[in-house]
Design a protein around this ligand. Structure first.
Ligand SMILES: Cc1ncc(COP(=O)(O)O)c(C=O)c1O
Length: 423
């Protein structure tokens, strides 16, 4: 039988100011956690024209239109695990051993060997990024981020009280890093450099020489690198993807990747960190990552257990097909948009994005990329994210994964829209 416990009011400290009224503020961390894209889009009027079918070219989710299909092997791998009744429990925080062994086997190269000890699994590349930033940076330090760049880097960093410093990427050099600008931002409080290759939002893929130049700079300043390679190998044409870790024996690297894009399963939420450190510079960081991995008691057990099968038995032809479709869409997008007066495109080399520049002074009644995107959706029901979402005004980002007929329809409408405003 339960009894009501009497609380003695004699023990109450009447002086506590908290007793006057209820006050439950959100934490400082919550308040400084911002999603720049959401904030920009919330403040825009993105009501589509009801007379035209809505086409979003804004979502970086390749499953959105259903034209990029996942491979049957991935489905079977999960069904097998589900039916085994062995993949339902908690897993080690750093990840299931069989998954880490399979990843080490699949991604080891002669230049950059890996063991399962070098791998931490996470809940998507986003969680892997969060762990990597947390383990390398302290509150009050700064991190170097690409501009234009994926806005989650800012969200994660600012949430942890880390100052973001943005280094320029150069559109007329296929979005290569402006190394002089980058080096001008470095000081004693710089914790690390983050690079993203191939890039969201640029669709660029760095050459080997450019990656080597970045590594030389890191060597001079003794800067560790977080290298977000979630779009690894998703390149087309003559472009070759070079994993950064293959190109250095001295610069310590935390490489980020995952299943989301390469296997077209972003919702399955498994990503990872590979630790590349040949000179024991990251010893503390290595155990720090193991500690931080405890924060969520491990990523999805079902998918981690299916991972060896997914990465070992999905045929290369599946990836080739994906890249072919991405290439066709990128070509179509660059061809059509590149001919529209008032716009200029930087032809993508990889990933699933393209940045389109707006020669804003050539447009009447449109003063910036936000107004361009807003009017475009209101009049033509086509949504593209304004470049401001990536710290890069007077551009828009196009996601090139929609089916060709949708892209063609959207681009035809963009053409008519531009013709109305171009002077
Ligand atoms: C550059 C980049 N890194 C990381 C992520 C997040 O990946 P995940 O879905 O595995 O968390 C994305 C998702 O769009 C991305 O574009």
């Amino acid at each position: 039988m339960s009894t009501v416990q009497n609380f003695s009011h004699n023990n109450v400290n009447n002086k506590l100011s908290r007793m006057k009224e209820w006050r439950v503020p959100a934490s400082i961390v919550a308040k400084r956690t911002k999603n720049p894209i959401r904030e920009i889009v919330y403040n825009m009027n993105v009501t589509p024209n009801p007379e035209k079918e809505y086409i979003s070219l804004a979502l970086g989710d390749p499953t959105h239109y259903g034209n990029f299909k996942i491979h049957e092997n991935c489905i079977d791998a999960v069904i097998t695990q589900l039916k085994s009744h062995k993949a339902n429990g908690y897993v080690p925080s750093v990840g299931v051993e069989s998954a880490r062994i399979a990843l080490a086997k699949k991604f080891s190269t002669k230049e950059a060997p890996l063991t399962s000890e070098d791998i931490v699994l996470a809940s998507g590349a986003s969680d892997a990024l969060s762990l990597a930033i947390s383990v390398l940076c302290n509150e009050g330090q700064n991190i170097l981020l690409p501009r234009p760049g994926f806005s989650l880097y800012q969200t994660l960093s600012e949430s942890k009280g880390i100052e973001c410093r943005y280094y320029n990427l150069l559109p007329d050099r296929n979005w290569e890093t402006d190394l002089d600008h980058l080096s001008s931002l470095i000081d004693d409080k710089t914790a690390c450099l983050l690079i993203n290759n191939p890039s969201n939002p640029c669709g660029s893929n760095f050459t080997r020489q450019h990656l080597e130049s970045i590594l030389s700079l890191c060597e001079i300043y003794k800067l560790p690198v977080i290298c977000d390679e979630i779009y690894e190998d998703m390149v087309y044409g003559d472009n070759i993807f070079y994993p950064l870790a293959n190109l250095t024996k001295t610069v310590p690297i935390l490489k980020i990747s995952g299943l989301a894009k390469r296997y077209l399963i972003p919702g399955w939420r498994v990503g990872w960190i590979f630790i590349y450190d040949y000179n024991n510079i990251l010893n503390e960081v290595r155990s720090g990552l193991a500690s931080l991995a405890n924060l969520i008691l491990g990523a999805n057990s079902l998918i981690q257990n299916a991972l060896p099968d997914i990465i070992m038995n999905t045929p290369q032809s599946f990836h080739d097909e994906t890249d072919k479709l991405l290439e066709e869409n990128a070509k179509l997008s660059a061809n059509v948009l590149g001919k529209i007066p008032g716009l200029h495109v930087i032809v993508p080399q990889g990933a699933m994005y393209m940045m389109v520049g707006i020669n804003i002074e050539e447009f009447k009644d449109i003063n910036n990329d936000i107004e361009f995107s807003e009017k475009l959706v209101q009049e033509e029901s086509v949504l593209c994210l304004p470049g401001k979402s990536f710290h890069y005004p007077n551009y828009v980002r196009i996601v090139t994964t929609a089916p060709a007929e949708k892209l063609n329809e959207a681009y035809q409408r963009i053409k008519e829209f531009c013709a109305r405003y171009h002077v």
